[in-house]
Design a protein around this ligand. Sequence first.
Ligand code: PHB
Length: 392
Amino acid sequence: MHRRSSPLLSLALATALAWLPAGAHAQTVAGKIKVGFMLPYTGTYAALGTAIENGFRLYVQEQGGKLGGKDVEYFKVDDESDPAKAPENASKLVKRDQVDVVVGTVHSGVQMGIVKVAKENNTLLIIPNAGVDEATGPLCGPNIFRSSFSNWQPGNAMGQVVASRDIKRVVTLTWKYAAGEQSVKGFKEAFEAKGGKVVKELSLPFPNVEFQAQITEIASLKPDAVFVFFAGGGAVKFVKDWAAAGLKDKIPLFASGFLTDGTLEAQGAAAQGLETTLHYADGLNNARDKAFRLAYAKAYKLQPDVYAVQGYDAAQLLAAGANAVKGDMTRKAEVYKAMEGARVDSPRGAFTLSKAHNPVQDFYLRKVDGRENKVSSVAVRALADPARGCRL
Ligand code: PHB
């Protein structure tokens, strides 16, 4: 008796199916959201690329592997932090793999090539690190989003901090490319507006790590303080060279927080006490961050850093868009609109996007203590990039 299908049950099932919108079944089963990672997996920024991918995948896993009801499929290109190869690499993802979204990259010079390809093809782009000011400035666009920062932002925050101390003459040092130059510009603008003076701007080509000539010059200039931009493997080497040259306790060293993020294990004693500004820190002590750090450590046997957070939040931004269209990424205008209006519940603290699609966010003053960039205070609250030249 119980083996015979009941006519009543069949009727109920048929009625229920009839109520499903046409194609709803096909839409949730067929089709995936194609995500193309264009990140550095080799070179001085290799660890940064991996952390971004880890963070992104963690958020997707937490959603059961789906965004907007669809499975996520990944494609990957190693951009090698090489700007010359950027257009070709970005085209591989956009044209060959036909991804719905490019998630990339770390290096500001490479980013310029990706932005160009994304604009030409109206492909959704989420920048999970590179700060190049143009991407949310003169080159801003409806399909260009950032989950990280503009180069101007952390520099500006540090300029305000240094100006508030008894420091008048500062020398700057960086790799000679957009990230370093624009960080220094942001620093200088804020520092000099409050009466300080940048007396010399030093640089060396990316990704050189022979800092001796510049360190010797700084020692002879005897400034009140130094501001630098370095990141990844180069940041590890610089902090060690600075201490080895005996300058650590002689000339105060300030930087955007990339100098000491994801690097402390390798920098050891040389980094202790360094003060930096960034949109993330250790010890934020909010529930969102605690849960994120626990999940990240469990998944990867690693502590997360700012890059992991930016990758995680890139996935959160994409989720806002994908959920609004139930995974139908061809509805681009609706995807962009939902992303624009998103309030991202980030481990760094919740943020919204500016009109140019750059996070409006708090910048923390941090101080290295052991293996942590411990938060000291909020240096600047809700700092928005000026988005000069952006018409959206
Ligand atoms: C950049 O090139 O924009 C860049 C690279 C590494 C960082 C921050 C910015 O840590």
